[in-house]
Design a protein around this ligand. Structure first.
Ligand code: SF4
Length: 463
């Protein structure tokens, strides 16, 4: 790295909350190694991308970035690819982007300090060869961290630079053993391995001591959590762990994502009913309403079994909001299958639906399936589904008008002179407040709902 000025790094994150939290660990490690974070690529000595490969569009983003900033290598800057595309593509990334020096999957972040030291050691060498015509000739160092995705050492990252001082993430389980036919996660994140409940609770208590009031437990399949701790008698189920985190003094809200319907038990609903700090929101991806498509997707549950879980949630004492994920255009999905997905939306009346067009992914079984749906038809189905959900949310959100909801103050929208709050049900509630009663970030305040939109509520602070 040029001169002995403080080393700088730029990190851009793509994808899910697990990637966001992984980036917090990478940032924490780099800061501990003496780096300073910069917001502009051009100012950085080390340029990093934490990548997502859940859909092709997400994967291509990193290669576009690398192509856009390739010219910066001539100034001796180093490039690194982290996360799911790194794990999926491995050394192939060096061929596609010869100016990349580091390719590191999420299970290897604990080895980042050594890898960074190797890159720094190579710094001078690279500087000498900068005039070499071919990019690959200029770049003398290539390091990979693609080792076992079996290790549970992936949780032992000492330094985490959390981006929000009020609410924080805790990864409790890594990887996935479900192998849904369309999904890359088992190949990029490896098999399921859970953290001990003691280490999760220790981190949660530490966060509470630091003033965090909201904790979100993370996992590709957070409810597939299996406590690996010592004696079976001292092991905690996911619902017990959830409740235990919720009972930590100072913690006001606990969320969890993402759940798999097959491992979703009544005990989770009972825990939400019993522990007030557990948020009344469940994200339960269904992906399709058709048994034929669910079977082809290898989702391991039927429409009926899924609706049984929904009935448990709807029969809770608390009013628990439900959101889901849906894929349209999976190979072989007929118009009738799609109609079953639409009828499921009617039957469940979701508070939110994240919907996507099927995207063929490397290594996944669905890649070999016949009868691909034309992209125009996928787009049409997506549009129909989103319009339907928007109408349903438009009417369901109206039921909150006149009620008073507690929000955590998350931000300020100056353009609209509004505060941005989030309810326990994970709804955005934008509200006004008199100047003299301006709330503080991270505090919890009562807000009267005076209006609603498809994806948010409007309110005024109760003073
Ligand atoms: S459950 Fe299925 S969709 Fe979810 S991460 Fe695992 S393989 Fe992917």
């Amino acid at each position: 790295m040029p001169g002995d000025a403080q080393k700088t790094f730029y990190l851009e994150t793509f994808g899910c909350q697990m990637n966001v939290h992984d980036s917090e660990k990478v940032i924490g490690t780099l800061l501990h190694e003496g780096y300073r974070r910069v917001e502009a690529v051009e100012q950085a000595d080390l340029i990093l991308y934490n990548t997502c490969s859940i859909r092709d569009k997400a994967e291509q983003k990193v290669f576009h970035r690398l192509a856009d900033f390739k010219k910066l290598q001539a100034q001796g800057k180093k490039f690194g690819v982290l996360g799911c595309v790194a794990q999926q593509e491995g050394e192939k990334i060096f061929e596609r982007a010869p100016h990349v020096s580091l390719v590191c999957g999420s299970a290897s972040y604990r080895n980042l300090p050594q890898m960074l030291a190797q890159i720094e050691a190579s710094g001078a060498a690279a500087t000498q060869n900068l005039d070499a015509p071919k990019p690959e000739a200029r770049n003398l160092i290539r390091i990979t961290g693609l080792d076992d995705r079996e290790t549970d050492k992936c949780f032992e990252i000492e330094f985490t630079a959390r981006s929000n001082p009020h609410r924080g993430y805790i990864t409790i389980i890594e990887g996935c053993d479900k192998f849904c036919a369309y999904c890359v996660v088992p190949f990029t994140r490896g098999k399921e391995r859970s953290r001990t409940s003691d280490s999760v609770l220790a981190e949660a208590r530490q966060m509470a001591d630091l003033g965090y009031t909201e904790i979100q437990l993370l996992g590709q399949n957070v409810n597939s959590y299996r406590d690996p701790a010592g004696k079976p008698t001292s092991r905690k189920s996911f619902a017990q762990l959830l409740a235990a985190v919720g009972e930590i003094p100072g913690i006001k809200r606990v969320r969890f994502t993402t759940s798999h319907p097959r491992d979703f038990g009544r005990d989770i609903v009972e825990a939400i009913d019993a522990v007030p700090t557990l948020c009344d929101h469940v994200h339960l991806p269904v992906q399709s309403g058709s048994d034929r498509v669910l079977h082809a997707m290898q989702r391991l549950y039927t429409r009926e079994q899924y609706l049984e879980r929904i009935s448990w949630i709807k029969s809770a004492k608390r009013d628990i909001s439900i959101t889901t994920d849906v894929i349209v255009g999976f190979p072989g999905e007929t118009e009738a299958d799609f109609a079953e997905t639409l009828s499921l939306l009617d039957q469940v009346d979701y508070d939110g639906v994240f919907s996507f067009k099927y995207s063929p992914r490397p290594n996944t079984p669905a890649l070999r399936f016949e009868d691909p749906i034309p992209d125009a038809e996928k787009a049409r189905r997506l549009e129909v589904l989103m319009a339907k959900q928007k109408d349903s949310q438009m009417s369901s959100y109206k039921k909150y008008i006149g009620s008073t909801l507690e929000v955590m103050v998350e931000g300020r929208n100056e353009a609209r002179s509004q505060w941005v709050g989030r309810t326990s049900q994970n709804k955005t509630l934008n509200f006004s407040a008199p100047e003299e009663a301006s709330p503080k970030m991270g505090t919890y305040v009562p807000v009267r709902v005076i209006g609603s939109f498809p994806n948010s509520l409007l309110g005024e602070l109760v003073v």
